[in-house]
Structure formats: structure tokens, C-alpha cells
Design a protein around this ligand. Structure first.
Ligand SMILES: [Zn+2]
Length: 334
């Protein structure tokens, strides 16, 4: 069953529609990811890639400045060595590999031509959102005395400090160790007319194994989050965050690329999640998970000032790269 909704004015309306959607159709029925698709060879020639190679399931499009690597039947792909998740996996059809047209239009095209993708976006007000706060500690390891809420606040203040040197207008959703609801964070961004929203977090897993950095952006309406393989009815709702699909891709890629460059951490990719603060953001938005507190090595690093400085620089540089792209799109000298 396919249900299409237009972009909804307010997030709350989105939630009402979402609830309506679930109550009408009963429990959520999952279905396969589908949609119009296009031959990868056509994509290669249309976007000026000079070579298109297929080895088994490995698909590589190589151009003078850009490389897209994909794997048949997998959503994980990489652009210029930064991993990201496609909405749907490349599939074999009539002896050739195809990919979703939506992934070409809203992921690949913005990566190849970021200025075009951000031309309707602004560049003046940046909102940094240190996750958690107050009695919501976020990920923590009390034995080692490390708390997510505390580190992400330090990071946000440091990023602001760097961005202020560039005369940028940077606001924080919280300055102290206080509780703030997710809605208050999104409302604050709307109230100050944010042009960019970056929520800063640290990760945690049940196992001590996972490590690395991931950047989350909104999935396209109608497509699943990274954690799910199939589409559920709730995936079919378009949220305010979907107004900025193309810019979200540019922002997510630039943040992840910069974070990897400065930290050399494992690349867990630009992922798709419908987290409240990015779903309801009034502007391009991303949520960064800057490392795992549950991983011993990464936790030790996250306690070092030198490593935290690197993360702050990386976030600032990613944000500046994005803003400069917007400025170029408006013909303003960065
Ligand atoms: Zn968090």
C-alpha cells in the first residue's frame, strides 16, 4: 500500500498525520523499498563519470574528481571514500544494475553539484544543539566519570568559539547542564530563524566493540531509516526536515568528511534516521555521533582535550564548508 502526503506545515501536524496513518491501517505493514529506477550506466554517462566498472557486485563510477562506489543489493555506498546509505540498494534488472531515481536526484546530484542543491538555503544563523542535559545524562560511564551531556556541551561551546572567529552568528540550544525537551530544541531553531542546525551527541552500544563516527540526516519521505531494510507506513510521511533533502545530503557529507579527516576514526557513514530534532528542524539539519563511550579506546580519546579539540575543529570546518557552498550559490564571496 502506498500513501503519499505532501510536506506538512508543522511537525506536530506531521505527527498527527502519522498517528492517523497508523490508526487507519492498523499495525504498520512493512514492504519492499521500491520506486522508479534508472540504469547505473546511464547515470555514469549523464553525470560525466569517465568510467563505469562492475566486478561481481562491486560497482564503481570514476570521474576526474569524484568516485562513487556501490555494492549490488546493499544500501551502503561511498562517495569520495565517505560512506553513506542509499534509500534502496542497486538491483539487477534485465542484466544490468539499476538504482533508484530518487537516490540519483536527492543524493548523488547534490554531492556532485552542491551549490545547486543548497541555492534556496540561508547562511546566517547557525544553531548548535548539545544533546541531553540535566537529569538526561545521555550515554555515560560513571565508573570512568564520563558523561555525554557534559562532553557535547564542551564541544558545542568550542565549535562556537571557532566559528565566532569567522564572525558567524552561532547560537546554542543550551549553555548549561539543564533539561531541554526535543521540541524545545526544534522550537528554538525556528524562533531564531536558524539556517543550519547541528545536534551533537556521543554514541553508546550494548557491546564494547563498535567504534567510529556517524552523521544522521533525514531519510527521504517514503524510504526507510538506515536501521530498517523495509518501508513501514510511518516512513511514508513527509516531515518539515524533508523540505531540505538535497541540502541535508550536502551538510551530512561535509560534516562526516571533516570529522573523519580530523579524527581518523572508523567511518560509520552518513546514515538516515528520523530523529525528532532533525525531523522537525526548520532548516538543513544533521545529528553527529562523535564516537562511542562504550568502546574503551574511543572513550579514552573522548576524555582527552587534544582529541576533543580535533572534533570541534572538524565540526567547525564542516559547517564552514557547507556555509561557503551556500554563499557561492548566492554569488557571495565566501
Ligand atoms: Zn545522545
Amino acid at each position: 500500500m502506498r500513501i503519499a502526503f505532501g510536506i506538512i506545515g508543522k511537525c506536530i501536524q506531521g505527527l498527527i498525520l502519522l498517528l492517523a496513518c497508523e490508526s487507519v491501517f492498523g499495525r504498520s505493514v512493512d514492504s519492499k523499498v521500491e520506486g522508479p529506477s534508472v540504469a547505473v550506466s546511464k547515470v555514469a554517462s549523464r553525470y560525466g563519470f569517465s568510467s563505469y566498472d562492475v566486478h561481481g557486485k562491486q560497482i564503481t563510477l570514476q570521474g576526474r574528481f569524484n568516485m562513487l562506489e556501490m555494492e549490488g543489493n546493499s544500501r551502503r555506498a561511498s562517495f569520495n571514500h565517505v560512506d553513506f546509505w542509499l534509500s534502496g540498494p542497486p538491483a539487477r534488472s534485465w542484466g544490468r544494475w539499476t538504482m533508484l531515481q530518487n537516490d540519483v536526484d536527492k543524493m548523488l546530484a547534490p554531492l556532485l553539484n552542491p551549490s545547486e542543491a543548497v541555492k534556496k538555503e540561508g547562511y546566517r544563523v547557525i544553531v548548535l544543539d548539545p544533546g541531553h542535559g540535566g537529569n538526561d545524562k545521555g550515554a555515560n560511564n560513571m565508573r570512568r566519570g564520563i558523561q555525554e551531556k557534559q562532553i557535547v556541551l564542551e564541544l558545542a561551546k568550542d565549535v562556537r568559539g571557532i566559528l565566532k572567529r569567522y564572525n558567524l552568528d552561532v547560537r546554542l540550544t543550551r549553555w548549561q547542564d539543564v533539561n531541554l525537551s526535543l521540541d524545545e530544541r526544534s522550537q528554538y531553531a525556528a524562533q531564531v530563524r536558524a539556517d543550519l542546525f547541528v545536534s551533537i551527541h556521543l554514541n553508546s552500544a550494548n557491546s564494547s566493540k563498535p567504534s567510529g563516527i556517524e552523521t544522521h540526516i533525514m531519510p527521504l519521505a517514503g524510504y526507510p531509516i538506515t536501521a530498517n531494510a523495509s518501508v513501514s507506513s510511518r516512513d511514508r510521511v513527509a516531515f518539515p526536515g524533508n523540505r531540505h533533502d538535497e541540502a541535508n545530503m550536502v551538510l551530512g557529507y561535509m560534516l562526516q568528511k571533516s570529522l573523519l579527516k580530523y579524527t581518523r576514526a572508523e567511518d560509520r557513514g552518513v546514515r538516515r534516521s528520523r530523529f525528532y530534532v532533525i525531523k522537525c528542524a526548520p532548516c538543513p539539519a544533521a545529528l553527529v555521533e562523535c564516537g562511542f563511550i562504550s568502546n574503551c579506546k574511543e572513550r579514552e580519546k573522548l576524555m582527552q582535550t587534544e582529541y576533543k579539540d580535533r572534533i570541534a575543529k572538524a565540526l567547525a570546518e564542516g559547517i564552514i564548508a557547507y556555509l561557503n557552498t551556500v554563499k557561492r550559490a548566492h554569488n557571495i564571496k565566501p
